[in-house]
Ligand binder design. Structure first.
Ligand SMILES: CC(=O)SCCNC(=O)CCNC(=O)[C@H](O)C(C)(C)COP(=O)(O)OP(=O)(O)OC[C@H]1O[C@@H](n2cnc3c(N)ncnc32)[C@H](O)[C@@H]1OP(=O)(O)O
Ligand SMILES: CC(C)C(=O)C(=O)O
Length: 561
């Protein structure tokens, strides 16, 4: 007998291709934002372990207004008292701005439609969204009806929606119909049902209706969805009086891609949620789709500039954490740990000037646009390189390390990262920098020093404290550092030369200090010194002393051995 394979792909049937050979959507470009509709308070809410309380719904609604949504599905008022109460609160407390339209969902069932209109009494403008499933599986297994039966539910629902609306002429009504499970429905049948609904509603260009095509379950690759949308748009009647809306879910992880391709295929409007909260793997994440447009230089017509607040409110309302890798919103999405990424980011940011177009390797958008900073763009662990360490010292502590010192110090940090196996936080990098350079080798110091000009040359003299001994030293050279080097060489009898030298101001203004980086060469060995001082001469001399101190110490140890 053949072995049983528990992981049995044969039980799944491939999605049948859509018959559309002359598709045009692949050549289309998205050049402006679609109409957005947030369904956080409905589809997002119905997917939560604990649905939002009225207080949480208020908080979420206020956030959606701040972001700039003009269409918001606020609930399913016939489904539960909190949803009903929330709709009443919005209307009675006059919480709906004039330029915002609330939307509510109902099944195509008479008692639910009636209750929906009860909830909406007194609203200035509202979208009534009615749906029923049209897919093959729902027809055959859930509703156990033929196509005519399913179409009849839709038509009767549409009729009732229109009839109730007529009883409240004080409200500006917009009607929306969804052939739920559109992705599992034959396109021609979806068109047939929607055209029947359109026949009932009789929209015109001044009073269009909305036909919302949901990928209730994402069943195929996004290009197949785009084919379905293009085909539907070609066949639906009164296209100029119908707003084609999309509502994609993320079962295959492509909800955003499907919505983007669907817009290329002709859709005008997109429904989704913040951070993709929603049934199963979620709804289409509006933040991602909008920010994708933004990154292409298109105004998304939504404002995500306070991303931290959006994440905080969203978490408070949904009790769901934001994944650190969530596009645009996660804590780590602008952070590079790996060395070559850090190197490239640092080089690009060093060249970037305010007003330039954004072309920074590994950073698709400027984190500051979302209210984030550059502070955490680079974080350091054992995967990191010199560029990352240098970036942290530069951005957090103002040290602009020369390349040779970046290489030298990154070895120190790498060793620490490998030993601990952990991230090396900025403060730890600073401590390591201090102990390795700034506070190291202080057994050699100067008491007083003087320089005097001797013709074109400088003469240096000072008292040198060297491992407990006091020496008077002096030397002459072409400049002050040169004269000091000569003085040390004479006093210690050790030969060395300066291989690297760098200096810069730390901070700005009268209080600015100077930092000097020096590397000495003795034989094949290199010795590094870094020092900070109020004046550049002192910082140069001290940096040299730190480096020379190591050399002197090694010489002492050799002669003691
Ligand atoms: C893909 C989506 O997200 S669609 C939205 C789904 N959201 C929700 O369901 C959240 C809120 N819903 C609810 O709280 C409940 O479903 C309620 C209160 C609205 C209704 O509850 P119930 O009356 O118990 O009915 P239930 O939702 O289980 O629906 C099943 C019945 O309605 C019928 N039905 C389901 N959807 C629809 C529809 N859109 N239009 C018409 N009839 C429908 C089913 O065929 C079934 O009929 P049967 O009882 O004769 O077998
Ligand atoms: C009601 C419809 C639009 C829906 O939520 C879905 O199909 O996912």
């Amino acid at each position: 007998m053949a072995p049983q394979n528990r992981f049995n792909h044969r039980k799944y049937v491939p999605f049948a291709p859509v018959a559309l050979k002359d598709r045009t959507w692949p050549d289309q470009l998205i050049t402006r934002a679609p109409r957005w509709c947030s369904v956080d308070l409905r589809d997002g809410n119905q997917a939560l372990i604990e649905p939002m309380s009225v207080a949480q719904k208020k908080q979420m609604f206020d956030l959606l207004l701040e972001i700039g949504f003009k269409e918001i599905e606020v609930g399913f008022p016939s489904a539960s008292q909190p949803d009903f109460d929330f709709v009443r609160y919005l209307i009675e407390e006059n919480r709906i701005p004039d330029d915002v339209t609330v939307q509510v969902l109902t099944q195509a069932r008479p008692e639910l439609i009636a209750r929906t209109y009860e909830a909406l009494k007194g609203v200035k403008r509202a979208i009534v969204h009615v749906y029923n499933s049209t897919s093959v599986v729902q027809r055959e297994k859930v509703f156990k009806m033929d196509k005519a039966g399913i179409k009849a539910i839709a038509v009767e629902g549409a009729r009732l929606v229109k009839e109730h609306a007529a009883q409240h002429p004080e409200t500006e009504w917009v009607f929306q119909y969804s052939p739920e499970s559109f992705t599992g429905t034959e396109v021609d049948f979806a068109v047939e049902v929607c055209n029947s609904v359109i026949d009932v509603w009789q929209p015109n260009p001044d009073r269009p209706c909305i036909i919302n095509l949901p990928a209730t379950v994402e069943m195929a690759t996004p290009n197949v969805f785009a084919d379905q949308i293009e085909l539907f748009c070609r066949q639906v009647k009164r296209r100029d009086s119908v707003v084609i809306s999309l509502h994609t879910h993320n079962d295959r992880g492509c909800a955003v891609a499907a919505a983007e391709l669907g817009v290329m295929a002709g859709a005008d409007r997109v429904e989704g949620t913040l951070l993709g909260n929603g049934e199963r793997t979620g709804n289409m994440d509006i933040i991602t789709m909008a920010m994708n447009l933004y990154s292409q230089g298109i105004d998304p017509m939504l404002d995500f500039s306070d991303m931290d607040k959006i994440c905080t409110v969203s978490k408070a309302c949904t009790q769901i954490d934001v994944h650190p890798r969530q596009p645009y919103a996660g804590d780590l999405v602008f952070t590079a740990f790996s060395g070559s990424h850090q190197d490239a980011i640092k080089k690009c940011l060093d060249l970037y000037q305010e007003g330039d177009s954004w072309e920074i390797a590994y950073l698709p958008i400027d984190p500051r646009d979302l209210g984030r900073t550059y502070q955490d763009v680079i974080r350091v662990n054992s995967q990191s390189g010199k560029g990352g360490v240098a970036y942290v010292l530069q951005s957090k502590f103002g040290f602009n390390l020369p390349r040779w010192l970046q290489i030298d110090f990154s070895r120190v940090v790498q060793k620490e990262a490998e030993v601990t196996g952990q991230e090396i936080a900025a403060d730890k990098i600073w401590t390591l920098f201090q102990s390795t350079y700034l506070n190291a080798h202080q057994d050699v110091s100067l008491d007083n020093f003087t320089f005097e000009k001797v013709g074109e040359r400088e003469r240096f003299s000072a008292g040198l404290n060297c491992f407990g001994q006091s020496l008077d030293i002096e030397g002459e050279g072409d400049g002050v550092v040169d004269a000091f080097v000569e003085a040390i060489k004479k006093a210690t009898n050790i030969e060395f030369e300066i291989m690297e030298y760098g200096e810069h101001a730390l901070g700005q203004g009268a209080d600015a200090e100077a930092v000097t980086y020096i590397q000495l060469k003795h034989g094949l060995e290199r010795y590094t010194g870094v020092a900070i001082s109020r004046d550049i001469v002192s910082s140069s001399l001290n940096a040299l002393l730190r480096a020379a101190g190591q050399l002197i110490e090694e010489a002492r140890q050799r002669s003691a051995a």
